[in-house]
Design a protein around this ligand. Structure first.
Ligand code: FES
Length: 128
C-alpha cells in the first residue's frame, strides 16, 4: 500500500534518523523537517509495516523512539488510542506515520534513534 505524502528527501535542514532492527542492523537515514518517521524509513529501505497507508488508523507502524523524541511532534490522544492496540507499548512508543520531525530551528545536528520491533520489520515488501 502506498504511503500518503511520501516525497523524496530534498536536502534541506539535514537531520539523521538511525533505525535499528531486531537483528541489530542499523540504518542511518537522512531526513528533513516535516517528514514523518515512516516516510524516512521507507525512503531509506527500512521496511516498516504500514497497513493503513500511514494515516494513523492501524498501529502497525509502532516503533520505539529511544533518543531524540523531543525533535518529533507530540503524541496526540488519537495516537495514544491507536497505540493501545499495539503489542509491547512502552513510554517511547510512537506510530511512525504520526511522528513528524520538527524544524530544528537553531540546530541541524538532531539525532533520532528508532528501534523497529521484530513484529514490525519486513512485514511489507513494498519498496519506498
Ligand atoms: S501505518 Fe497505520 S497507523 Fe501508521
Amino acid at each position: 500500500m502506498a504511503v500518503r505524502g511520501l516525497h523524496a528527501f530534498d536536502g534541506k535542514k539535514t537531520l539523521q534518523v538511525a533505525f535499528t532492527g531486531p537483528d541489530g542492523r542499523r540504518v542511518l537515514a537522512p531526513a528533513a523537517a516535516g517528514q514523518n518517521l515512516l516516510q524516512v524509513a521507507l525512503e531509506a529501505g527500512v521496511k516498516v509495516e504500514h497497513a493503513c497507508g500511514g494515516v494513523g488508523g492501524c498501529a502497525s507502524c509502532h516503533v520505539h523512539v529511544t533518543q531524540g523524541g523531543s525533535a518529533l511532534s507530540k503524541v496526540t490522544d488519537a495516537e495514544l488510542d491507536r497505540l493501545d492496540e499495539a503489542p509491547l507499548v512502552r513510554e517511547d512508543s510512537r506510530l511512525a506515520c504520526q511522528a513528524v520531525i520538527l524544524d530544528p530551528a537553531s540546530s541541524s545536528t538532531v539525532a533520532i534513534e528508532v528501534e523497529v520491533p521484530r513484529w514490525n520489520i519486513n512485514a511489507v515488501s513494498e519498496e519506498a
